[in-house]
Design a protein. Structure first.
Length: 188
């Protein structure tokens, strides 16, 4: 692997994956606040004997009342679920809606919206419908095309699939084409 290819891979990875700094900062902040509170409570516990007695009484009262109340249990479950969601957001990689590929001399980064527009334009031209009646959704591994024909005018489904495959192979991205034609057309 040449130096340019390593740079391309690093840049394309950075451009196709969303940064996780905000969720990571939220998780870190949520973890720091209770830690600082425990640290302050520990210092206060060591310094003030009256504080120790009050805390012991509060814990005893809380333990006696917790058996009869479902609210603390529900709050605890909610906090754990929130923590799991925030932790997943901070750790799991986020993907942007972009495709990347490299050749020997270049790196190519294409937004999914651009691919969808080019597929819709090619399908509309191939099957002879208005561009506004072709809806394209680019997924991770597939391209879904929905065609709304003019009422009474048949649409060549095979031609639409061929157009999708031609566009995708022309730009060098592999995806499964799923073409659907609405049963009810619109009146022109």
């Amino acid at each position: 692997m040449t130096n340019e290819q390593a740079i391309y891979r690093r840049v394309l990875r950075r451009e196709t994956h969303a940064p996780r700094t905000i969720p990571a900062a939220v998780v870190a902040s949520i973890g720091v606040v209770p830690g600082l509170a425990l640290l302050a409570g520990g210092v206060w516990w060591v310094v003030d004997a009256g504080f120790r007695d009050r805390v012991a009484r509060e814990f005893d009262a809380l333990a006696a009342g917790a058996t009869a109340q479902a609210v603390p249990f529900g709050v605890g479950v909610l906090v754990v679920l929130l923590a799991l969601v925030l932790l997943a957001l901070a750790v799991l990689p986020g993907r942007r809606h972009r495709r990347a590929r490299t050749t020997e001399r270049t790196a190519l980064l294409v937004d999914d919206g651009v691919i969808a527009d080019s597929v819709a334009e090619a399908v509309a031209r191939r099957v002879g419908v208005d561009r506004g009646r072709v809806a394209v959704t680019v997924g991770r591994r597939d391209v879904a095309v929905r065609i709304t024909p003019t009422s009474g005018v048949p649409v060549d489904r095979f031609g639409a699939e061929t157009a999708v495959k031609d566009v995708l192979s022309g730009i060098g991205f592999v995806a499964v084409a799923r073409v659907s034609v609405d049963a009810h057309g619109v009146i022109a």
